[in-house]
Design a protein around this ligand. Sequence first.
Ligand code: SF4
Length: 607
Amino acid sequence: MLKGYAGKVLRVDLTTQKSSVEPLKQREVELLLGGRGIAAKYYHDEIGPKVDALSSENKIIFMTGPLTGTALVSTTKFQLSTKSPETRMYLCSNCGGDFGPQLKKAGFDGIIVEGKAKKLTWLSLKDGTLEFHDAAAWKGFTSTRTLEEMRAAFGETKAGAIAIGPAGERLVRIAYINVDERAFGRGGPGAVMGSKNLKGIIVKGSSEIEVADPDKVAAIRKAAVADLKTSRANHTKFGTPQYIEVLNTLGCLPTHNFQTATFEGTDKIDAHAMKERYFEKNYACYRCTVACGKMCVVKDGPYAGARARPEFETVGLFGPNCGVSDFGAIVKANQLCDEFGIDTMSAGNAVALTMELYEKGLITKVDTMGIDARFGNPEALIGIIGLIAERKGIGDLLAEGMYGVKRVKPEWRRYILDVKGMPFAAYDPRGFTGNALTNGTSNRGACHNVGGWTIRAELQSGKYDRYALEGKAALVKGAQDSRAYVDSIGMCTVVRGAFSFSENPTGEVMEAVTGHPFTPKLMEIAQRIYCMERVILNREGIRRKDDLMPDRITKEAIASGPTKGRTLTAEQYDFMLDDYYKLRGWDADGVVTEETRKRWGLTELLG
Ligand code: SF4
């Protein structure tokens, strides 16, 4: 096995309480790297299209990459792949924290969890020794408290741990997995753990990860640390909330459930307000010198004492999209999501939808259990999150995710901003067309990460006309592909520039770690991974009809601000989508052609 890898995968059967160890296949590593690529391959082979996300037949695959846990910077990332309870299709998710590095140090590249435990269970793994423990006493505990209880019971400092909260136990389809206070946020993987009666996993390893050229790795690390001090200074100072001001100024910040894209109260919730009034300290993932997490504490007012680390998406979707300009309420809402264990992005969309339905008279206080669900009411934001997590009133329907809401209430479709059941992030695509294609063609439903982050290129670089249609397919495809390989090597995307992990990767990082000449092939591998994921989606019935924009984007114009009057018509979007399918080598219905399968070696790999 190449250096950088442990060479083994642990398979855990919760039904029988047995485990086994299997080798990581070198040929698959050469073709798919690790992380997202290898996890998707396991998904393809073991989770069929008819498997229900909340059944015992579903599996959760956690997979590190070759850089995870090595001495470089921010080598924190690992991946998850499972059938999503929220979208009812393939889900990939990426997370930091200590769990991935500790798993690798314990001697495993990944863990596959399958079956269903008879009662609530937690798992501990220490240097290859796996134990099953009764978690019945922790039923209903918050995800944060569960992490604490596991750490205390395990008795190891610096262990990596994952846990779900009560929402996961209740099979809320937007439940997240808390990972050392980071999260596998999107797609509802917390409900998969809940359906398996798995409350948490803790892991500690003591071996060092061997690399091919330790001296070169040390030199690369030193240069990257110096680079990040300046290249990521804004992330260190302000974190991702720095984008609130930018997006608002450019008229792309979703407001009042995407009815408009500029918010008047932004100065109360942007990164400067956060830093001046709420900031407590920075948070860093494993071996990260950037420390982009911003722990915030509310010092006074009705939410005094609330603590959370709101990211840009959380601020954008709880703030402007719900009309809330009280940063204290946003911190409180974020803290509640952490305690219940639900995704702030899907929750923000669900609350905004509820507010619009309420203001339009389509639901009443009977549905909201007495909550006055007007836009801008911070108490409504907090109250509706509680309804979702506890499956009360309209919260029981919202807990089914947008896919479930549309099935029960098809007439609400025009107010729902999602693709393939995944709600939008805090960007309005009517303000920059590439972002629409990002959301439409992302392999996990609307997503600004897996779908390709085009914000800087379209809005800040000056290289692109933000409203143009030509050239956007190539921009989005390039961003998607480079992200696919970064997600597969185990490094954080925020720091990748310091290692030349771009669309034209250079340098010798992969060679210094693994000893294998990966670098010139990274984009080729990335395209293989992206196409393999689309093959999985095609197998699950996903076609062009599923890649389209919601009605609000194509039929309604932005109501005010610098982008007032802007829309993106279905014809304009179709132009970009046709272009994109041609570049990918998919047919006009979005199906990967036989020729493209052969081109990326998928015929051999997938059979
Ligand atoms: S840059 Fe932020 S997300 Fe990335 S590893 Fe560092 S702290 Fe974690």
